[in-house]
Design a protein around this ligand. Sequence first.
Ligand code: NDP
Ligand code: OXD
Length: 368
Amino acid sequence: MRWYVLHFEYETFFIPESITPFCLLRRAVQHERIAVRVVYPLSSGDIPLVSLNDNLVSLQSPMRILFYDHNTKLEPWLAGLRAALPGAEVLPWEPGMQAADYAVVWSPPQALVDEQPQLRALFNMGAGVDALLALRVPAQTLIVRLDDAGMGVQMAEYVTHAVLRHVREFAAYEAAQRKGHWAYRRPLRPADFPIGLMGLGVLGQRVARALVGFDWPLMGWSRSAHDVPGVRCFHGPEGLHEFLAATRILVCLLPLTPETRDILNRDTLGRLQPGAVLIHVARGGHLVEEDLLALLDEGHLAAATLDVFRTEPLPSDHPFWQHPKITVTPHMSARTLRDETIAQIAHKIGALQRGQAIAGVVQRARGY
Ligand code: NDP
Ligand code: OXD
């Protein structure tokens, strides 16, 4: 007798050939499963039988998912993933574990990837995949980034706050309050604060949607051409200088790739309009720190709000901490939210199990 391997939403079943497709579909509905897909026929000799349930024979081991993030409490993540993927075995990674189907990770060690070459996908618990792409990951393992998952609105809040803080001079009003001064400052025109968004991806476009409601001129720069409502769009190396020259407040939301490393340097920042402000929320590796300090001290740049750094946590003796024109936050502009992240990853695992395409698969050749 021949058998078929069927992938239901989260489980795999072996079905004897004698069951007709119609019966299979009826059984799928009875079992409240959404999709049935015959993947390939096997000969009975290949089948690891463990239990027989109404002609459906379940696979010997359930789907196995590894979890790794050495900076978080494990239990809530494990419990959340188990609840979202009933039937799956969800385990914290440790060296020497059995082969798994998927891994959910943040900055894993190379050893995890080396020991698990059969992984179908590595789910990154963030949008930026630079740490994963620094590892050797087998070509057949998909690398999947988070698509927004609640980060977009946080980034929009952070950037809007930073822009407003600079443009409406809140730091000066706070200083005046501390001196007990009721002191007006000259009103400033929105037209004098054109904002340039470097990166018009998931987060850049969400930030653009928030900023477009104000009257600041808005520009965007990306690798490929985009058409974003309310945003004057530039792209590619050929569009960079014009974009920078038109910008006074620069927001960096690029991925860190070989092409974008050190992109915030004396040459590029020096092309911004005088009195420019940098809001950097992407990766520390984009910014040449000495160049920023020099341009702030020379007065070409008026201020910088920095959420990401070459070394994190920022060392206690780093000059950024005490610099009067720099605001430092500890890589918190858009945090990974557990419930949203688990829901998104569980949904994508379900789709992969059904053989469907998913969003957020990293294109390794372009680095994001
Ligand atoms: P996306 O991949 O969705 O978007 C990336 C954008 O950058 C795209 O518009 C892309 O262009 C553009 N881009 C990439 N390479 C180049 C290049 N060489 N030249 C010009 N443009 C380029 O990423 P997200 O918007 O989701 O996230 C952006 C980054 O934000 C992450 O990679 C991460 O580093 C950082 N981040 C920081 C967080 C924090 O808390 N500080 C939280 C989350 C993310 P195109 O549209 O043409 O592809
Ligand atoms: C991310 C981050 O990339 O938190 O998601 O930095």
